[in-house]
Design a protein around this ligand. Sequence first.
Ligand SMILES: NC(=O)c1ccc[n+]([C@@H]2O[C@H](COP(=O)([O-])OP(=O)(O)OC[C@H]3O[C@@H](n4cnc5c(N)ncnc54)[C@H](O)[C@@H]3O)[C@@H](O)[C@H]2O)c1
Length: 332
Amino acid sequence: MNVLITGGAGYIGSHTCVELLNCGYDAVVMDNYSNSSPSVIGKIATITGKKFPAYECDMLDLDGFEKIFRENKIDAVIHFAGLKAVGESVEKPLEYYHNNLTGTINLLRLMKKYGVHRFVQSSSATVYGTHNTAPFTEDMPLSTTNPYGATKEFIERILTDICHADKNWDIALLRYFNPIGAHPSGLIGENPNGIPNNLMPYIMKIAVGELPELHVFGNDYPTPDGTGVRDYIHVCDLAAGHVKALEKIDSFHGARAFNLGTGKGSSVLEVVHAFERVSGVKIPYKIEPRRAGDIAICYADCTRAEKELGWKAKYTLDDMCRDNWNFIRKNH
Ligand SMILES: NC(=O)c1ccc[n+]([C@@H]2O[C@H](COP(=O)([O-])OP(=O)(O)OC[C@H]3O[C@@H](n4cnc5c(N)ncnc54)[C@H](O)[C@@H]3O)[C@@H](O)[C@H]2O)c1
């Protein structure tokens, strides 16, 4: 099966590309490198020992995008390309709606034109909003509180509507929880520029001496140590979930949502202590007031993915910290 991977040079896309190639799939990568580097393509080839076509292309450039469909016989698409920073989406909503929604609509129009009906969407736990109680299950009502989250919710809605209108489509809506970690080779991983928004990249910046201390927002939540709880998942487990979804996709006959998490929550301080344990590096932190919009506890019920996809996360929090640190040390 020949799989088009949009955003394939990005953090999750590159790991999924490795997993697909290792499992015998063919891959075609497209990315505009707005949040990644072309050098990642060579690293994927080094890890897998396989060559594959890679296009520098923007989803918003319909003609350039169509060239990929003309030049390759695509059997399925995994759609990672998009802008993903919540805070930035509040400041630049038009940019987010245009890139994420128009880009996805361009892709879907091309898929329709070229008769490609297998689609895996990078969705997010953010679609569960702030009113549901963990563990989150796929049939809970969706709601979002920022433009980034809204693009994820709208895309799920567009994909569901497409499936209602045309029974040929088979679509997996993969709702990721909190991906961290890196490929054990240390060749690919996540290393954002500037001040990161997420916990693990922030811890990394402190560990390499670029930031002085961690700000922990709230220690009075109803959790064992008072700090917020999230479901961290190793990016390699996440990548494997995409391959499992592709294996089963022909049986979906419509759009089907799946949570991809570990089913286990870890608090901010548990992550800090796990990182300190595996790296031997101390992470100083300061408790700050709660941050508006943050929920206390977020973790997945992964029963559906286990039963229907035969997928289960296997890496531990220590594995995630170790592989993340290995990547940062090799690439800092
Ligand atoms: N990382 C997370 O915490 C997380 C959680 C839930 C969902 N997601 C979703 O998973 C997907 C992948 O996330 P990631 O963490 O790998 O992000 P990433 O930024 O590393 O990867 C996204 C890739 O898309 C590319 N891209 C963006 N706009 C494009 C465009 N118009 N045309 C072509 N390429 C474009 C970027 O250059 C980047 O390489 C995103 O859709 C994101 O919203 C991520």
